[in-house]
Design a protein around this ligand. Sequence first.
Ligand code: UD1
Ligand code: CA
Length: 450
Amino acid sequence: MSLSVVILAAGKGTRMFSDHPKVLHKLANQPLLQYVVNIAKSLNPENINVVVGYKSKEVESAFPNEKLNWIIQKKQLGTGDAVKYAIPYLKGSQTIVLYGDVPMVELDDLKQLIKKTKKGLGVLTFKKINPTGYGRIKRIENTIEGIVEEKDCDNLERKITEINTGIICVDTNNLINWLSLISNNNSQKEYYLTDIVALARKEKIKISSHEANSEITILGINSKSELAMMERALQNKKTNLLMEQGVTLLDPSRTDIRGNLNCALDVEIDVGCIFEGTVEIGPNVKIGAYTHIKDSVISANTIIKPYSHIDSANIGINNIIGPYARLRPGTETHTDVHIGNYVEIKNSKIGSGTKINHLSYIGDSIVGTNVNIGAGTITCNYDGVNKHQTIIEDNVFVGSNSQLVAPVKIGAGSTIGAGSTITKDTPENELSLSRTKQTSIPGWEKPKKN
Ligand code: UD1
Ligand code: CA
């Protein structure tokens, strides 16, 4: 059987109190809708149709690289009306309806629902302790006979705890037929998608159900506090997985993974760390507190000390980085490198055994092995128009408070005297300095106050 997906995402999300559409609010740094698109893709459907309404252009332009069929629902007249707009595009023999604001739905539940549905109608249900707000599943004996919306429930129906998650799977031809038959004759004057259940029942079409694995997977987001609650739930899921793989998290509730974090054995992560994009961490690495790492590789045995920022960098084996180091895109360090506090490195390769321990800026540079860069060294890589390269060869010693004005090459084994401004290449193994000789003026007197 083939499948079409319809994702409903036309609502404004009034209770978010925001100028942006609800489905663009972010969970672990990704729009809510992205999660639903991802899960839809893993169902390998014929196509994915997204019904948008409120600020549809803003929603659409947030997904430039996804192959999605965007459908505009002019007015939000109900879930049944929304699905009607997708009818011309339903290529699969089955159709599954998902929601742009239900991001944690599980693939396994959807697969089971699809399998049980066959040529009939399937509803993803859940038994909720407090069912308030949800459509209730009405059964006679064991078969579903209809879904009643909260606002249309009588007192007995309101007590039913089995709820409609909203997610349904249905034979496409039947769906098209039933959608033409639903009316808005109800308390909310909306076209309810859920009314197709009673129509299926009338036509003696098989109605099946699948109960979702856990509550979080069926929850929709309606407010910032629900968003924050789900963020924690998602973070718990990610941190539990890491701990099951042996990662030591000093406090998982103070760890944030906004992307994919892959860790080898015996990695230890202190509190307050944020991981973004794809981060790979090798064995025996320790990450100090309040460190932010994005799209980077940290190799075996390296220690990242607290409050470091690492973005798009490749850190070698056995390094000591930080505290307060800032490694910007294009930083590559070899083995046994030490980068200390208030050191900023950008687009530079640092050779093995090299130390840059205090207050330096190294940009667009190639630094050799066993180099020592003194405190306060600056590569002056920018002339106001263009960026230039600095090459520091092996075994160089750069004295403190030096400026290396690029393009410039510091020859192997050479020493730069502290406080120098180096504007020309320096010869190998020699001392180069560019400061005036120290003089003292005998008898000089301090100025007197008038
Ligand atoms: C719906 C179900 C209810 C279920 C609940 C689960 C119906 C009639 N009821 O109720 O049985 O328990 O979801 O959360 O389907 N949307 C559109 N266009 C519209 C209307 C809605 O795109 O015209 C989208 C909304 O953006 C939202 C979703 O559909 O993401 C659900 O709509 P909403 O009106 O909130 O449905 P509920 O009243 O919660
Ligand atoms: Ca709702």
